[in-house]
Each structure stands twice: as structure tokens, then as C-alpha cells.
Ligand binder design. Structure first.
Ligand code: GLU
Length: 310
């Protein structure tokens, strides 16, 4: 295959807030297949940064579920809970560049700032940060720092990034987002002291040399934020492929909240076959191993030649 030759490193990065369910297995299977179809390396990273939401034992449980489904990583899994020093170093680098600042605002403060500007609240839509604690707006003004935020506008201006930020998804096609108006200065370190997903994922994808991110479509709108952070930290931007979601009874993304049950380990073939259906792969034949082999071939024919990383 023409595109093999360059290094391919992919990963599946579950948050251990519970065991894998039918939806999360789709992303796992897709990232595994994509790595195999490109002759690449496949990694698993347990994203246990959001400690309050992590379930004890879920990380180990997920690794066991993956192994039962024939999806074993090529290198020992990373655990984000052990990566605090790397996240701290990255934050320091952003602070030194003038691209991150401490923030004292509570959710109510953010709400009040928008209301004061006469911007009505849209239900279920999180407001972008209004910039109250930006250094040029007066900083903390004596209030205690709670979170650390990325100064998105400054990064974009200093690095000359395009507005809107455009990126390519191998399945969804060309995408664009004005990060500053859509999400604003997002959090790097949370008010409760834990590292934010955006920072941890970008630092680790960089440290692990990830060239290809294959994950669920619900994460697609995080991509522009992550690209801005990659640029700020001098990291390359991987290729992206966001996979179809499994919907729950309520039509929303399948989650524990709408009836997702942990995958049963007693019938792994049924579980991977159901995930393969979502990915439009041919029906199962034989056991898990022979089905996986067959799907690799089908996958190769489908997602050939991803555009080179930019
Ligand atoms: N840990 C994130 C999640 O489970 C996914 C991270 C990623 O694939 O970028 O939702």
C-alpha cells in the first residue's frame, strides 16, 4: 500500500468512568483496525485524569474487555494519572509564552458576565468564557485563582492561525470552527485541581508520537481546540477519523445514562460483530480472530490513503 512507509501510531483512549459498552467498543475496534490496516502500532491509554468521575477498577476492566475482544495494545498502556509532571511542564510552557492565565471565575460569574452584556442564555449550550480574568482585562483582581485557561485569541494571533480553524476528517470531510467565539479560552487545569482532558490528551498524543486519531464522533468538536493546543506546544497535528456513534433509546449517544450496559465478556464475538455492523464491515465468520483478520482487509479497502499529517 502506497501510504505505508511513514510511521503510523494510533491509540484508543478510554476514560475509566465505567466499563466499555457497545458504543465505546466501536471506537476501540475502529482505531485497532485502522492501525492494523496501515501496518501501524496501536496503543491504549487509560484517561484517568477526571478522578472524581473514575470508577475504581474500571481501567483494568477495560483492558480485560479489550483483550477478550482480541484487541491487545502493542505497548504497555499509559495511565494519565501518572503523567501529572508532563502536564505541569506543558502548562508552565504556555504560561511562560503568555498563552495561559489563571482564572477566578465560577460558573455563576461567567453567567453574570454574559447577562451583563445582554447576551441571552441558550439552553444546553455552554457559554464560551467571557475573558473576565484575561491579563489585559485586569487579571484576577485580588480574587483567588481557581482554574488555568488557554488564551486562545493570543495563541491564534501570535502563531497566525487561520480563523476559522480548518481541519480535515477522513470520514466527515472538511471541518471548520472559530475556536475563539465557539468555545473561547478553555480550561487547562480545573478549579478542582485536576488536569483538563484537552491538555492531557494533547500532551500525551504528542509524547506518544500519535499520528492517527480514530475516535467517536462526539469528540469531533474538541478537535479544533486540540489543534490550537498542539500548535501552542509545538506538537504535530495527527490525522483524524471520527467514527459513527451508537445511539441509545433516546436517540442520544449511547452512555450509561441512557441504558448502555457494560459489554458481556461471555460472548466477545457478538460484541465485536455488533461494533463491526456500525462500521459497515462484513458479517462475522468463524471466531473473533478470523473475523478481525477479515475486517482488516475490508477496512483497508475503505479508508485507504489518509491525507498526510499537516
Ligand atoms: N478519554 C476520552 C473519552 O473517553 C477520549 C479521548 C480521545 O479519544 O481523544 O471520552
Amino acid at each position: 500500500m502506497g501510504h505505508v512507509g511513514a510511521v503510523y501510531r494510533g491509540r484508543f483512549a478510554p476514560s475509566p468512568t465505567g466499563l466499555l459498552h457497545a458504543g465505546s467498543l466501536v471506537a476501540a475496534l475502529a482505531s485497532w483496525l485502522d492501525a492494523r490496516a496501515h501496518g501501524g502500532t496501536w496503543l491504549v491509554r487509560i484517561e484517568d485524569v477526571d478522578r472524581p468521575r473514575c470508577v475504581p477498577g474500571a481501567g483494568e476492566g477495560i483492558l480485560a474487555q479489550l483483550a477478550t475482544c482480541g484487541l491487545t495494545p502493542d505497548e504497555p498502556p499509559w495511565w494519565q494519572s501518572q503523567r501529572g509532571d508532563a502536564y505541569a511542564a506543558a502548562l508552565q510552557r504556555l504560561v511562560d509564552a503568555g498563552w495561559a492565565y489563571p482564572c477566578a471565575c465560577t460558573r455563576q460569574d461567567i453567567e453574570a458576565a454574559w447577562t451583563a452584556r445582554g447576551v441571552p442564555r441558550t439552553r444546553h449550550v455552554e457559554r464560551p468564557y467571557p475573558g473576565t480574568c484575561r491579563p489585559e482585562a485586569g487579571g484576577l483582581r485580588g480574587r483567588p485563582a481557581r482554574a488555568w485557561r488557554l488564551h486562545v485569541g493570543r495563541v491564534i494571533a501570535d502563531l497566525g492561525l487561520p480563523v476559522p480553524l480548518v481541519w480535515h476528517d477522513r470520514r466527515l470531510g472538511p471541518q471548520a470552527q472559530d475556536v475563539e467565539t465557539a468555545v473561547g479560552d478553555f480550561v487547562l487545569k480545573r478549579a478542582d485541581g485536576w488536569w483538563a482532558y484537552q491538555l492531557a490528551v494533547v500532551v500525551d498524543d504528542g509524547a506518544q508520537g500519535i499520528t492517527d486519531i480514530v475516535r467517536g464522533e462526539d469528540l469531533a468538536d474538541n478537535t479544533p481546540r486540540q489543534i490550537v493546543l498542539q500548535r501552542a506546544l509545538g506538537l504535530p497535528t495527527p490525522r483524524y477519523l471520527h467514527t459513527p456513534l451508537v445511539r441509545g433509546d433516546d436517540g442520544e449517544k449511547l452512555s450509561k445514562g441512557n441504558g448502555a450496559r457494560p459489554l458481556a465478556l461471555d460472548d466477545p464475538l457478538a460484541a465485536v460483530a455488533a461494533a463491526a455492523v456500525v462500521l459497515d464491515l462484513p458479517p462475522t465468520e468463524g471466531d473473533v480472530a478470523s473475523s478481525l483478520r477479515r475486517w482488516i482487509t475490508a477496512w483497508r479497502a475503505r479508508w485507504v490513503d489518509p491525507a498526510p499529517p499537516h
